[in-house]
Design a binder for this molecule. Structure first.
Ligand code: C2E
Ligand code: CA
Ligand code: CA
Length: 250
């Protein structure tokens, strides 16, 4: 199928897009790296159509390692240009914890590139942590001891959000977009209360919060009032090619 052909030459077809993570003024602090597949016939494909397939086929680790390397190479370049303040957040799939020595791989990547591990942020979902709790939490702890920052992706969408906070020292919460998208308008108020609660809890616990999926000014204003400081969403920018990110944000 298309996916197999893709995997034979994924290095030719893959591209890293960056979606800015900005403050309320729109100034970028960094970006999330999101994979795109430049399909020779179908054009630019979104990960929504291939990440699942590659996870099931046990191949996602190849794409992920490739993206981690790309992000690190970019951070190295920025560092050499004196732009070390920007970070890049990368995604780690549940399957990577089985097929890759995640600790060794990340340590090797930052050492080879001579970059600060704090600038290569690691996005992990609660589902991944719970998938093999005892083992994964140990790996995460070792990564943090080395200097990496852990972001909990899609926070609030899993079954164990608060247990995750209790059992590990999370650095950043990325609040699930679902709280901004309610199927019924009468549920919006409830969603906003939950967001408010998560943001104040994160303050109590001393965590930073990123709200993902902000699409309107109204959302930014409300979230800022609640105490959110960093945003990632279409209101500011969609994921864009790296050169465009550099031109517009750095
Ligand atoms: P994610 O990690 O939760 O990434 C955020 C997704 O939300 C991105 O979709 C982004 O384009 C989208 N998004 C951001 N702001 C908005 C907004 O305001 N409105 C809406 N409607 N969407 C917004 P994308 O790039 O299509 O990625 C989808 C998912 O694919 C990601 O969700 C992640 O789970 C996975 N993915 C992407 N890149 C990678 C990768 O390199 N490795 C792995 N393992 N998974 C990846
Ligand atoms: Ca993510
Ligand atoms: Ca997310």
């Amino acid at each position: 199928t298309g996916v197999i052909a893709y995997m034979e030459r994924y290095e030719d077809y893959n591209i890293m897009y960056l979606q800015p993570q900005v403050d309320f003024k729109g100034i970028a602090r960094g970006a999330e790296a999101l994979v795109r597949w430049r399909h020779p016939v179908k054009g630019l494909l979104s990960p929504a159509v291939f990440v699942d397939v590659l996870e099931k086929a046990g191949l996602i680790y190849k794409i992920d390692k490739y993206m981690w390397e790309k992000a690190a190479a970019k951070l190295k370049e920025w560092k050499e240009l004196g732009k070390e303040q920007y970070h890049i957040s990368v995604n780690i799939s549940t399957k990577d914890f089985y097929l890759v020595d995640v600790y060794e791989t990340f340590v090797d990547i930052v050492e080879r590139n001579g970059i600060n591990p704090e600038k290569l942020k690691l996005e992990i979902t609660e589902t991944t942590i719970m998938d093999n709790f005892e083992r994964n939490i140990k790996i995460i702890k070792r990564l943090q001891d080395y200097g990496f920052k852990i972001e909990i992706d899609d926070f609030g969408s899993g079954y164990s959000s608060f247990n995750t906070l209790k059992d590990m020292d999370v650095d950043v919460l990325k609040i699930d977009m679902g709280f901004l998208r309610t199927s019924k308008p009468e549920n919006l108020e409830k969603s906003m209360s939950i967001l408010n609660m998560i943001i104040s809890l994160s303050k109590t616990l001393g965590l930073s919060v990123v709200t993902e999926g902000v699409e309107t000014k109204d959302q930014v204003v409300k979230l800022t009032q609640m105490g959110c400081r960093i945003y990632q969403g279409y209101y500011f920018s969609k994921p864009i090619p790296v050169e465009e990110f550099e031109k517009r944000y750095m």
